[in-house]
Ligand binder design. Structure first.
Ligand SMILES: Cc1cc2nc3c(=O)[nH]c(=O)nc-3n(C[C@H](O)[C@H](O)[C@H](O)COP(=O)(O)O)c2cc1C
Length: 210
């Protein structure tokens, strides 16, 4: 192989290593068996911040919690959470982890890489939030709406976060994971790290750990 071609390949590989991000395929979520809904309702709780565990959550567990929070459950137009006017989810979930930050794409059920930085220590106002294996960050997407006022968008978005986080809490309880909803976040830092477009607003996050 000519020397200049070898050089080009090396340069392209280095470039890709630094700037190309990889999406992550999630395993099929658990949608049957396991703990009953009523038992998980009885078990649902927030793990205390001080005692929040730093253990790993498996890809299967993460996949199931994300699916519960806003996955498709009825063909191409039905989700596990209700959305105003039957819209597709206008609150998106970003996943902050040791490996980087990702956007949960419910269509296709995979994680789209946003960056390869571990931002967990920078996005919460309470120190313990950095310990969780995953922070699921709820971000409203105002561009999903065309004909309603900003106050209504905020109301609809927080209503969606309530449904999504409760579904995630119940899935976490069923999988014996730790979870805690956190409103005390740093929206400006999150917006910058996630390169959020105009109109997208971080609303809160759910810690997930084991
Ligand atoms: C809207 C909302 C905001 C919350 N914000 C925080 C927070 O910023 N920090 C925190 O440690 N817990 C936060 N929590 C968790 C609550 O403190 C927790 O749900 C409450 O103590 C009740 O406990 P339980 O979930 O086990 O029933 C929040 C919960 C909700 C619903």
């Amino acid at each position: 192989m000519p020397c200049f071609i070898r050089k080009i390949i090396i340069i392209l590989s280095l470039f890709c290593f630094s700037f190309c991000y990889a999406d992550i395929t999630l395993p099929t979520p658990q949608t049957k068996d396991g703990m009953s809904l009523f038992e998980s309702l009885k078990k649902r709780s927030s793990t205390s911040g001080g005692g929040f565990p730093a253990g790993q959550v498996s890809d299967n567990e993460l996949s199931t919690v994300l699916w519960a929070a806003s996955g498709l459950n009825r063909g191409k137009n039905g989700w596990t959470v209700p959305m105003a006017n039957g819209n597709s989810p206008y609150v998106r979930i970003y996943v902050a982890s040791e490996k980087g930050t990702f956007l949960y794409e419910w269509e296709g059920h995979y994680l789209k890489e946003i960056n390869n930085k571990d931002i967990r220590a920078d996005i919460g106002l309470q120190n313990f939030t950095r310990r969780a294996a995953y922070s699921l960050i709820f971000v409203s997407d105002a561009s999903a709406f065309t004909d309603i006022n900003p106050e209504q968008i905020t109301n609809f978005s927080y209503t969606a976060v309530g449904g999504m986080s409760q579904n995630a809490y119940l899935a976490a309880a069923a999988l014996k994971l730790s979870a805690r909803y956190i409103h005390s976040i740093k929206p400006e830092v999150i917006s910058q790290e996630l390169q959020l477009p105009e109109g997208s607003k971080p609303l809160g996050m759910l810690l997930l750990g084991k």
